[in-house]
Design a binder for this molecule. Structure first.
Ligand SMILES: CC(C)(COP(=O)(O)OP(=O)(O)OC[C@H]1O[C@@H](n2cnc3c(N)ncnc32)[C@H](O)[C@@H]1OP(=O)(O)O)[C@@H](O)C(=O)NCCC(=O)NCCS
Length: 441
């Protein structure tokens, strides 16, 4: 495709789309920081403000207690390309510095419990007085008002999956609920937050005015649950869990194959269904009145009948054979991949999605690139994470114009701080003490 000719070779020389925007975040875990990370990858200057010396608790969340060069791989994946500031917002002096930064920023983001920002004198009403153009977003579990907010409930992805009904609908019939092991409410919530932020930027461009955005993680995932809530609301009927079977698309399910691997098969469109029937050696099924029309096929009895035919057929083929037949006959069929398969898939490397990062602090290691390509202004991973307060001096001197002695005073009063010397917080053992720094003490 000509728009993407030499894309991978040239993307580092082209300006990222959000270059020139400044974002402040006081965010924790995944739901909070993942949003600004999207903006950072799109080229915005994102300053991650953390409480020194421990910072974001995500720094302690890692698979089975495993660290990569003393850092949580999950924290690295969620927070790339940001600047790191250790600033105590309990202190008035910290709040003043934060407000000065707000005056010089476009966007400020939080995912704390309701009322925390007001307690720190950095609520929207305070900040908009300083910067009427600011786009101010607060995300949390249940919103800033309403019963759950008044109860000051903490929230997290698992709670959102449970409360929204998502974990319940994701299970198999008559089996316990199944929480998804990826943090889908966090990442999807973070993404929706940034959709609103970008819309607010557009609004500001037209009117000159900033605005306040609030996002409830649970409401967001409820809205994402496709047909489940409309069916309840309009038909007055509750959806029931159905495992891998799709209840709006038929056939669409996951099948056990001859080699004990699984293949996901879907063939809702007329040609796809005809292709699947031909691949199974049962062309006549495509004309069977129970199956010919999609709406007929969806009726429970008919759906169970055709799914049984496919299940029996799939058991006679390997998952790879089913996948190949899907390509040949024009229906969707995919062998289920593991994490290892995904990592090794050459298709991902060819597209530059799985790539080697070369970071001045963390060295040469593989990670995912941003999954969106833009032909004129490519988003891109710029650098890896840094310890708490790593960029304090840059932010204080270059952005706020503070002198060396003023910065020293902030450190002496504990307003500014650096990382703790412990696993998950300190720099890698092979760090030379200066690489990766823009300006450090
Ligand atoms: C995640 C959550 C449960 C954490 O709760 P919490 O630790 O009690 O923190 P709060 O939201 O009340 O925020 C205040 C805390 O922020 C922390 N904090 C973060 N950055 C800070 C900074 N720069 N300066 C001072 N304190 C900071 C402090 O620990 C502070 O607690 P303290 O005032 O008692 O010292 C809560 O923030 C929450 O429900 N957030 C919304 C839902 C969400 O995003 N969940 C995470 C997704 S998995």
């Amino acid at each position: 495709m000509t728009a993407f000719k030499d894309y991978l070779a040239n993307k580092h020389t082209r300006p990222a789309p959000l270059k020139g925007l400044r974002v402040l975040e006081v965010c924790t875990l995944l739901f909070g920081p993942a949003g600004p990370a999207f903006l950072a990858t799109m080229g915005a200057e994102v300053i991650k403000v953390e409480m020194p010396p421990l910072g974001d608790v995500t720094r302690s969340l890692n698979p089975f207690g495993w660290f990569y060069k003393e850092q949580s791989p999950m924290f690295m994946h969620i927070n790339p390309s940001k600047l790191y500031m250790g600033l105590d917002l309990h202190q008035e002096a910290g709040q003043e510095i934060f407000k000065e930064l707000c005056a010089k920023s476009d966007i400020v983001e939080f995912n704390l419990r309701p009322a925390v920002t007001k307690r720190w004198n950095i609520g929207y009403d305070e900040i908009r007085k300083i910067n009427p153009g600011i786009i101010y977003i607060e995300k949390n579990g249940f919103g800033q008002w309403g019963r759950y907010a008044e109860e000051d409930r903490p929230s997290n992805d698992g709670a959102a999956q449970a409360l929204s009904g998502f974990a319940w609908i994701s299970s198999f019939p008559k089996r316990p609920p199944l929480k998804q092991s990826i943090w889908v409410c966090d990442v999807y919530g973070a993404l929706m937050g940034e959709v609103a932020v970008l819309a607010a930027l557009h609004h500001r461009e037209k009117t000159g005015k900033g605005q306040y955005i609030e996002l409830s993680q649970t409401e967001n995932i409820m809205r994402a649950m496709g047909w489940v809530w409309p069916y309840q609301q309009l038909a007055g009927k509750g959806a029931e869990p159905s495992g891998n079977r799709d209840q709006c698309i038929c056939p669409a399910d996951t099948f056990l194959c001859r080699d004990d691997q699984f293949a996901a098969v879907a063939a809702p469109a007329p040609d796809e269904f005809k292709g699947l029937c031909a691949a199974m050696g049962h062309k006549e099924l495509a004309e069977d009145p129970r199956f010919k029309e999609h709406t007929e096929r969806l009726k429970d009895e008919n759906a169970l009948a055709i799914l049984k035919v496919i299940a029996d057929w799939a058991r006679t083929k390997t998952a790879d054979e089913v996948e190949q037949l899907g390509i040949r006959y024009g229906f969707s069929a995919t062998r289920l991949h593991s994490g290892k398969d995904m990592f090794e898939d050459p298709h991902r490397r060819q597209r530059g999605f799985v790539k080697m990062i070369d970071d001045p602090m963390y060295g040469y290691y593989p990670d995912h690139e941003f999954p969106v390509m833009m032909s004129k202004s490519p988003p891109r991973h710029r650098w890896t994470v840094r310890p708490v307060g790593f960029d304090n001096d840059y932010v204080m001197a270059a952005i706020l114009g503070r002198s060396k002695s003023q910065i020293e005073e902030c450190y002496a009063n504990g307003v500014l701080g650096l990382w703790k010397d412990q696993q998950g917080r300190r720099p890698p053992p092979d760090w030379d003490g200066k690489s990766g720094a823009i300006l450090r003490r």
